[in-house]
Design a protein around this ligand. Structure first.
Ligand code: P1T
Length: 392
């Protein structure tokens, strides 16, 4: 089987900012084009059955997608990268490693779509999911039994910005020989490298920071282990939820500025978090950079900075007031998604997390007055002024 692996060891020793631009990326062998061409083709000519140049059919391999998959592997310090048609398709491929009777222990505070996939699709195929707060690692260990085959961690979590100790979970997963996957969408490889901390699989909604420009829906998986990579490539090809060459090109372009965008997202995120925390109308700001955040020290040790995502509630926990604030915002566009250069606001209870029953989501803090912000890379003065006018 053809593997999208990082053969060239020189990429392994590059620093992160260099990797985003060069990692895993080679000039096109045909004409030396610096950016990989968009190979807009479904199939490839063969001189005789099996007589091809490594490419047979674009569900299986496409040179533009493969260039992107190498870039994914490089920036996550992995050996193998896989690109999918969405973040959900990437998660779907992981769960297809399991079989009926297997059990999964998942973060209880997670993207509503992941919860929906687990409970509405895969529970129907006989896979059992346990949702648990993972701030305390013992909560995971008590649920482990001989059927436990996967630990699913999202960190930072969407939308409560909880932080889970990746290294501690990996020690547990290794002790019981359980596969360990991390949804690192909010962090990106700029902020944290789960494979280096002991995870087996890193997953991204590439739609978010990695793509970075709100123009592509895509998912990614990155692994170090060859056998695991082969199983996932088999699922990728057999199930067929791949992304197209145009989107692969756009994301290759996006990755080249990931480090500079993330630096500004983090700076602006901090300024917005501090502004909101000091505003008299605000009840609570959820952002891992505050020393009062329950897992601030873990965030500090496993992340380079604290990211551009935060959530908050206003005093009195008033739903109508939260909606009014969201409607008043001018620069923060009310929209699903996050991680693009432009600032977005969201109302998790009615939007991204509506598929989680109210009782369940409120247990993890997703109350009706919660507002989520994806802080973009605009001038910070304009963002703060927009929040000021919306709150007043
Ligand atoms: O939207 P898609 O590319 O399929 O990715 C799904 C997904 C997976 N994991 C996390 C942590 C996510 O945040 C998402 C998508 N989230 C949103 C659309 C949102 O607004 O939160």
């Amino acid at each position: 089987m053809f593997h999208v692996t990082l053969k060239d060891k020189k990429y392994k020793h590059m620093k992160f900012n260099t990797k985003t631009i060069h990692g895993g990326q080679e000039h096109d062998p045909a004409y030396g084009s610096v950016m990989p061409p968009i190979y807009q083709t479904s199939t490839y000519a063969q001189s005789t059955p099996g007589g091809h140049k490594g490419y047979e059919y674009s569900r299986t391999h496409n040179p533009t997608r493969n260039a992107l998959e190498k870039a994914f592997a490089s920036i996550e310090n992995g050996n193998y990268g896989l690109a999918f048609g969405s973040g959900m398709a990437a998660i779907d491929a992981i769960i297809k490693l399991l079989k009926p009777g297997d059990e999964v222990i998942s973060t209880n505070d997670l993207y509503g779509g992941s919860y929906r996939l687990f409970t509405k699709i895969f529970e129907g195929f006989g896979i059992k999911f346990h949702f648990v707060g993972m701030r305390n690692i013992e909560n995971i260990e008590t649920l482990i039994n001989s059927n436990t085959k996967l630990i699913w961690v999202e960190t930072p979590t969407n939308p409560m910005l909880n932080i889970i100790d990746i290294k501690a979970v990996s020690v547990l997963a290794k002790k019981y020989n359980i596969l360990f996957a991390v949804d690192s969408t909010f962090a990106t490889p700029y902020l944290q490298l789960p494979l280096d901390l002991g995870a087996d699989i890193v997953m991204h909604s590439v739609t978010k920071y990695i793509g970075g420009h709100s123009d592509v829906v895509m998912g990614a998986l990155i692994v170090k282990d060859k056998e695991l990579a082969e199983k996932l490539y088999f699922i990728q090809n057999a199930s067929g939820a791949v992304c197209g060459p145009q989107d692969s090109f756009l994301v290759l372009r996006g990755i080249k500025t990931l480090h500079v965008r993330m630096q500004r997202h983090c700076e602006n995120g901090r300024a917005v978090a501090e502004f909101l925390a000091s505003h008299p109308k605000i009840e609570k700001v959820y952002w891992p950079g505050f020393e009062t955040h329950p897992n601030h020290n873990i965030a500090k040790s496993q992340m380079k900075d604290f990211g551009g995502m935060l959530s908050f509630t206003t005093k009195g926990n008033n739903y109508a007031e939260a909606i009014k604030i969201i409607e008043n915002l001018q620069l923060f566009t009310l929209a699903e998604s996050l991680g693009g250069v432009e600032s977005l606001s969201g109302h998790p209870a009615s939007m991204t997390h509506a598929s989680i029953p109210k009782e369940e989501r409120e247990k993890s803090g997703v109350v009706d007055s919660l507002i989520r912000l994806s802080v973009g890379i605009e001038d910070i003065e304009d963002l703060i002024n927009d929040l000021k006018q919306a709150l007043n």
